[in-house]
Design a protein around this ligand. Structure first.
Ligand code: CTP
Ligand code: MG
Length: 240
């Protein structure tokens, strides 16, 4: 009975526009992905972390996580986030085939408090197959058509912003990503990974109920330079 965390960190960070891939951008002297991995391990309930790194940065990422020793491994990520998750998930299940809980956590949500990590793991341990941390929506949200014309105003009270880590019973996430067995070399090629903007979205398509737990403002995703400024402000006086 163990917990694996998969950390997709292989994106380019185009919206951030830094000189290096986003996961390697430093805040308080440490790359975002190191903050993210540190937070997962500091929760005390994660046994192994697999980071999906940009192909050109595997060595740099491996060096960056060296201090965590055997608790963290690094794989080459894929073209889309879903590809990166699938590759890291497969590696994690090879390392810990008996894992019963899998977390998927964006490197870009580097400042997620340990309480959020613990609460998604606890919810899966308590019997939920899939759990996502959420926040209420404070802005009104409009649905628009391709020309930008408003077609609907969904009731705000029923909407939630979704964060990570998202936690799953290992068998459920394995099924969502079509990974039949930890050592399955013949599973469908990476190019056929189903795409969704979050992992729970894939699980929903299987008809598996997804539960929510309270997220946290500090679990915001670093996407733009504004978010990076926010991250710097958050960590002033709190170096990693
Ligand atoms: N990610 C990944 N592999 C990809 C694309 C994204 O592992 N092929 C990861 C990112 O590194 C990030 C997380 O998925 O930690 C969420 O993606 P996002 O915030 O969109 O990051 P980027 O894709 O890097 O940013 P952008 O879309 O602005 O290029
Ligand atoms: Mg992206």
């Amino acid at each position: 009975m163990s917990v694996i965390a998969v950390v997709p960190a292989a994106g380019r960070g185009e919206r951030l526009g830094a000189q290096v891939p986003k996961a390697l951008v430093e805040v308080a002297g440490e790359p975002l992905l190191v903050h993210a991995v540190h937070g997962l391990l500091a929760a005390g309930c994660v046994d192994h972390v697999v980071v999906a790194a940009p192909a050109a940065e595997v060595e740099v990422v491996t060096m960056a996580v060296r201090r965590f020793e055997a608790r963290v491994s690094v794989v080459v990520g894929g073209a889309e986030r879903g590809d990166s998750v699938r590759l890291a998930l497969r590696a994690g299940l090879r390392t810990l085939p008996d894992a019963d809980v899998v977390l998927v956590h964006d490197a870009a949500r580097a400042f997620t408090p340990v309480e959020v990590v613990r609460s998604v793991v606890d919810a899966v341990r308590a019997g939920s197959a899939a759990v996502v941390p959420v926040l209420p929506v404070s802005d009104t949200v409009k649905q628009v058509d391709e020309t930008g014309r408003v077609v609907a105003t969904p009731e705000r009270a029923a909407l939630r912003i979704v964060q990570t880590p998202q936690a799953f019973a290992a068998a459920v996430l394995r099924r969502a990503y079509d990974i039949l067995a930890a050592d399955d070399e013949s599973a469908s090629p990476v190019a056929s990974v189903p795409q969704a903007t979050d992992d729970a979205g894939l699980v929903e398509r299987l008809g598996v109920p997804v539960r929510t737990v309270p997220g946290h403002a500090h679990a915001f995703k670093v996407t733009t330079p504004f978010d990076l400024a926010l991250a710097d402000a958050l960590l002033v006086g709190h170096p990693a």
